[in-house]
Write a protein that binds this ligand. Sequence first.
Ligand SMILES: Nc1nc2c(c(=O)[nH]1)N[C@@H](CN(C=O)c1ccc(C(=O)N[C@@H](CCC(=O)O)C(=O)O)cc1)CN2
Length: 284
Amino acid sequence: MTAQLIDGNALSRTLRTDVAARAAALKARGVTPGLAVVLVGENPASQVYVRNKVKACEDNGLHSLLEKHPADLSEADLLSRVDALNNDPAIHGILVQLPLPPHIDAQKVIEAISPEKDVDGFHVASAGALMTGAPGFWPCTPYGCMKMLESIGYELRGKHAVVIGRSNIVGKPMALMLLAKNATVTVCHSATADLGAMTRQADVVVAAVGKRNVLTADMVKPGAVVIDVGMNRNDEGKLCGDVDFDGVREVAGWITPVPGGVGPMTITMLLVNTLEAAERGTPA
Ligand SMILES: Nc1nc2c(c(=O)[nH]1)N[C@@H](CN(C=O)c1ccc(C(=O)N[C@@H](CCC(=O)O)C(=O)O)cc1)CN2
């Protein structure tokens, strides 16, 4: 069996058409959805991601403001920039690109973002909303993974999902989103005794570790859905995920590629959240 591909670029194109239509409808009511993207330092990958976010805004009718700061920006100055953006009526969503330089407490900066503008979904209020099922912004990467499952009509009720990784921005929210759809969820991590024994039982595996070949063909149940959140470089410098794609695709039923899978969906869901923030702030 060769797995079917879940194409994040194609799904993004479809979802972004809807984003553009909703942005145009808001514009007709005098409001242009606005996203502020804050970059501190010169991390090369972060520079690519923020450029792609700004371009995605431009291409789909959203206004964006890119703030680039030097790596030695003080935490206090960053907090005062966030405060200014919280009070800017043209800005509906704020994101601070991660990672931040080590002298800055990232969680402190995230907590300074107004929850109404927290389109990354990283604020503790957003995390609490996800946990309780209250309205709030969902973190873009796991939200994108859920959209990918939805796009293939996958019914999660009664299925066993294994999430590998327990970060605050992917693993934990991913587990909560799967749970909300009535999957039985297991979260595995670096101290899991026998990862393969867990993943072989899974109908859905989400790999979000940041390490190549964490999931190999012998660890996958035939027909399972495999979602690869990893973003790594192989020995030739080529982008690859956490999953041994060539091996696993021969066993799985569905698989997401890297590149062209979860990555573009992360940016698409950021547009969706920004639009949602602008719509919430614009009474009918
Ligand atoms: N404030 C945030 N920081 C970070 C987040 C986030 O959601 N918010 N996530 C990651 C990085 N990230 C978004 O910022 C991100 C990573 C990868 C992609 C992507 O489209 N990847 C492409 C390949 C791009 C390339 O050629 O390098 C793909 O997979 O096809 C988008 C967004 C950490 N920081």
